[in-house]
Design a protein around this ligand. Structure first.
Ligand SMILES: Nc1ncnc2c1ncn2[C@@H]1O[C@H](COP(=O)(O)OP(=O)(O)OP(=O)(O)O)[C@@H](O)[C@H]1O
Length: 251
């Protein structure tokens, strides 16, 4: 799904300053973009605007040339955050299947919920209650559910920030594998610069609040990546440099 953010800003209620923007960003269908920026600069707000959780104050957003509401109603947008928000009263398998039952019009995946569960390595847990799973496993269930809906746009707001380093890396690699297989457009908010360089084809760096685009850096390295190679380390250094300049400019 193509994402066009055109001169978008958001000011909440009667606040004197915008939370984000103006931002103009074009993301071609199937691209993996990481969004980084100082805390509070409006990364989540930008993601919420694209998800049509609230309207922009200025500018407009188009998904495949259409208002985001249409994609939201078709369930073509998947949202993942730190808390996977699984239904505690349903089994793992039902959690993957349920959104499709509730929204029979959702763009469904051709693979069965069982096959999707296998893809995220959780076949053995199909009948388990989600709260008996580890945090990383719960995020895997959420990932399978995201796949089940066949969403063409994945908006990911620091989805693995609450997990330990190793689990986080494993899950990031899972996401990469699934992205390569299904090619959704991915917008991934992270504070973790090496993670951005490991995953994204392009890293967009936002300024301090109100977040504007400070740098738009292509990461033209082949996958799978190792962020400790000199080329990747150089990208990490460049991005950190922009963030540092931003921090000192913002006081
Ligand atoms: N619903 C809201 N009402 C009022 N202000 C809000 C609302 N949501 C966010 N803000 C404010 O907008 C600014 C940007 O918040 P946002 O959560 O988008 O930043 P962020 O870059 O994602 O931050 P972090 O990296 O710390 O998660 C913050 O100052 C926040 O307090």
């Amino acid at each position: 799904m193509n994402v066009d953010v055109i001169d978008v800003s958001k000011t909440f209620n009667d606040e004197p300053y915008a939370a984000v923007g103006p931002v103009t960003l074009h993301v071609p269908s199937g691209q993996f973009v990481a969004l980084v920026g100082p805390s509070g600069c409006g990364k989540s707000t930008l993601l919420r605007l694209i998800a049509d959780q609230f309207p922009p104050t200025t500018g407009k957003i188009l998904l495949d040339g259409r208002p985001p509401r249409e994609a939201r109603r078709r369930k073509a947008i998947a949202w993942m955050a730190q808390q996977p928000a699984l239904f505690p009263w349903a089994t793992v398998l039902e959690n993957v299947r349920l959104p499709l039952r509730v929204n029979p019009t959702a763009e469904q995946h051709s693979l069965s919920p069982e096959a999707l569960l296998e893809m995220v390595g959780l076949s053995d847990y199909a009948e388990a209650a989600p709260q008996t799973l580890s945090g990383g496993q719960q995020q895997r269930v959420a990932l399978a559910r995201t796949l089940a809906t066949g969403a063409r746009l994945w908006l990911m707001d620091e989805p693995f920030a609450a997990l330990d380093e190793l689990t986080r890396e494993q899950l990031a690699d899972d996401v990469l594998r699934l992205w390569e297989a299904f090619r959704p457009t991915v917008l991934w908010v992270t504070h973790h610069v090496p993670e951005a360089v490991r995953l994204a084809e392009r890293v967009v760096v936002l300024s301090d609040r109100p977040g504007r685009i400070r740098a738009d850096i292509p990461i033209a390295l082949p996958y799978p990546r190792d962020e400790t190679t000199p080329e990747a380390a150089e990208m990490v250094r460049r991005i950190r440099q922009v963030l540092r300049e931003e921090k000192s400019a913002g006081g």
